[in-house]
Design a binder for this molecule. Structure first.
Ligand SMILES: Nc1nc2c(ncn2[C@@H]2O[C@H](COP(=O)(O)OP(=O)(O)OP(=O)(O)O)[C@@H](O)[C@H]2O)c(=O)[nH]1
Length: 645
């Protein structure tokens, strides 16, 4: 017998699934949606704030850097102006010397000699060194100049000794004389035999053609012939009247310029460089070296004599170097000149570039600031915000998983709480429907009031149903009893005429359908009237009862025996041909004849036998048996007659 759960419809969902899906819809999905929305909001807001902060910080950084750059330019400008002031003193002194050349008196004349290479130099090691190119013929004029310019030495010495940034002070004459402090021991070897002053920038830049205003002039970076490496010079012409006697100068090495640059208080790990008017990097801080991928020139190995101006290689020229970094810097620089601080990107890093002119020299101070440093704090904040966000996501996922498991368990519990009593109730109904047992009177406790109520109603219904079923059974039994009575002869307890008629009809149908044979025996006691007359009706009745039992005892179980009426009986023999029916009649005849009936003694009976023929009905079949019986009576009784063919 299937249980309730087994008979569950396949299309319907179980109550447990229903409860679970309701939980899912009403709790989990809304929570998930809200949490995702909150996270999106969080990330959106923090992103917006960070971007806004970056924009504000960028603007303020640009402003700060620009202001700072102006201040730094002032510092450099002042530095250069201070050197120019020193130069002016030197210039005034040298001009005075030449203006009053005739009156100059020198106490201790130095000794001179012609070096091996033909250059004419001062001996000794006192004051400044003196050099005359071998190409200049040393006459009295040259000797006088060499001697009288000894007057320059104390001031040259003082200038160099008192100013850290000035490494050398000198005077170069139009006829290729060089007087330079500090003293160069091997000056002839250092300069070589020939020097043509007009070939060097530290001379020609100050001449009448390049410097008609006779102002102090700053050279670009060049390689010092005097052996001090890479440097720049502040030079100024020395005129006697309109005649250019020569050019005096102060030397500053590039490392010193760089030192000045590095001493600037640059914010945010900014780098700085000074560009001269040709676009050559005069000096740069290490940050710019990294950016440009070149190393600043500091020292120089003097393997050869410097015979002309040697400027920095083309790689140092921002306009000529075609590397990506140089090009980027150049573009940013040109834009910055027009519209202020510029942003550019190099190797995935963002930078801010600011440029300012250094008035004194016409150079440019370029400051480059990495954005990452400017925004470090903001980036840090953003990283923290992101980390908080990711932690929130992780927490949310964890929480959601835990909540999911919790709700699943809860929903299962709830589903069980609802499902189990319903299943119990369903099983009860199922059992009650399929069981004949009387339902119990005890009320059922299902822990759910509504279900208990339902169960109680069901119990009452079951009780009523049980009573109804009992009544139906009783009625059925009575009906069956009535049917039996209606088909039974009350005297002999054999089948009555009604039952015999029904059986005959049934056998006729069966014979028609299956082609079976069957036969009918009709028997009638002979002269029964006499029994009644002689012994009374009651004795007659008992004779009939005795005969009924006798017949019953002789026939098969499958034969149908009945009282046709009065003292006339019938035996229906299914599946029995007429001939066998006749044999049975014979047997009955002998038994009746042999029987000693109580009170009345011997009795006889007459028999008529007929067999089913195709096309027969009950009437025709019975009539032929009846005719045969009549013939038996007519032929003397106590005999058997079989129907005629
Ligand atoms: N005691 C008793 N007698 C019955 C019953 N039914 C019919 N009889 C009698 O049976 C007798 C039948 O008589 P008849 O028809 O003349 O037949 P018979 O005397 O047997 O003569 P045959 O049949 O010609 O040999 C009548 O006297 C009926 O009253 C019954 O139920 N009980």
């Amino acid at each position: 017998m299937p249980t309730v759960s087994q008979t569950k419809s396949r299309r319907s969902r179980s109550l447990r699934q229903l409860v679970y899906s309701q939980f899912l819809r009403s709790s989990l999905i809304p929570i998930f949606v809200i949490e995702v929305a909150l996270l999106l909001l969080y990330f959106g807001i923090t992103h917006y704030i960070a971007e806004r902060n970056i924009r504000i910080a960028l603007d303020s950084a640009k402003l700060n850097i620009a202001e700072l750059a102006i201040a730094e330019v002032h510092v450099i400008d002042e530095h250069l102006t201070a050197i120019e002031r020193v130069g002016s003193v030197l210039q005034a002194h040298h001009q005075y010397l030449f203006t009053h050349f005739d009156h100059v008196m020198v106490a201790n004349e130095p000794d001179f000699e012609t070096a091996e290479n033909g250059a004419w130099v001062k001996k000794g090691g006192e004051g400044a060194s003196l050099y005359y190119s071998a190409e200049t013929i040393i006459g009295s004029e040259q000797l006088e100049k060499a001697v009288k310019t000894e007057e320059m030495d104390p001031l040259l010495q003082q200038v160099v000794d008192q100013h850290d940034s000035i490494v050398a002070a000198y005077f170069n004459s139009w006829d290729n004389m060089n007087r330079l402090y500090p003293y160069i021991d091997n000056v002839a070897d250092q300069y070589g035999p020939h020097i043509n002053m007009e070939d060097y920038n530290f001379y020609y830049l100050a001449d009448a053609k390049h410097n008609p205003d006779r102002k102090p002039v700053w050279t670009n970076a060049y390689l010092d012939p005097a052996g001090q490496g890479w440097m720049i010079s502040n030079i100024f012409p020395i005129y006697r009247g309109d005649f250019l006697e020569g050019v005096s100068g102060l030397d500053i090495t590039l490392p010193q310029v760089t030192q000045t640059l590095e001493s600037l208080s640059l914010p945010w790990q900014s780098g700085a460089m000074i560009l001269d008017d040709t676009g050559t990097v005069l000096s740069m801080t290490p940050e710019i070296e990294v950016l440009l991928g070149i190393q600043e020139l500091t020292t120089h190995e003097y393997n050869e004599v410097i015979t002309e101006t040697i400027v920095k290689p083309w790689q140092f020229n921002l306009y000529q170097n075609d590397s990506d970094s140089s090009q980027l810097l150049k573009q940013a620089l040109q834009k910055a000149k027009v519209s202020g601080p510029q942003e550019f990107e190099l190797n995935g890093e963002g930078y801010i570039l600011v440029v300012n002119g250094i008035e004194t020299t016409n150079w440019l101070l370029v400051m480059v600031t990495p954005k990452a440093v400017v925004f470090e704090e903001i980036y840090h904040q953003r990283r923290i915000s992101s980390q908080i966000g990711y932690a929130a996501i992780a927490f949310m996922v964890l929480f959601y998983l835990m909540f999911f498991v919790y709700l699943m368990l809860r929903s299962r519990q709830l589903a069980n709480k609802i499902v189990e009593p319903i299943a119990k109730l369903s099983q009860m109904v199922h059992d009650a429907v399929h069981s004949s047992e009387k339902p119990g009177k005890q009320p059922v406790n299902l822990d759910v009031a509504e279900l208990d109520y339902l169960a109680d109603i069901h119990r009452q219904l079951s009780e009523a149903n049980h009573i109804y079923q009992s009544m139906v059974k009783e009625v059925t039994r009575k009906n069956a009893q009535l049917e039996r009575i209606s088909e039974t002869d009350s005297l002999t307890q054999l089948n009555n005429r009604l039952k015999l008629d029904r059986s005959l009809a049934q056998e006729v149908k069966r014979a028609e359908r299956y082609g079976e044979k069957f036969s009918v025996i009709m028997l009638d006691l002979d002269h029964f009237k006499r029994v009644n007359d002689n012994f009374g009706h009651q004795v007659g009745d008992s004779v009939l009862i005795e005969l009924a039992e006798l017949i019953k005892a002789q026939v098969r179980e499958s034969d149908i025996v009945g009282r046709w009426g009065g003292e006339e009986f019938m035996v229906i023999c299914p599946n029995t041909a007429k001939e066998q029916g006749a044999l049975l009649a014979e047997k009955l005849h002998r038994r009746v004849e042999a029987n000693h009936f109580s009170t009345v003694g011997k009795q006889t009976a007459s028999f008529g036998v007929s067999g089913y023929r195709a096309g027969d009905n009950v009437e025709s079949l019975v009539e032929r048996a009846d005719v045969a019986l009549y013939r038996a009576k007519a032929n003397g009784r106590n005999r058997i007659e079989i129907e005629h063919l």
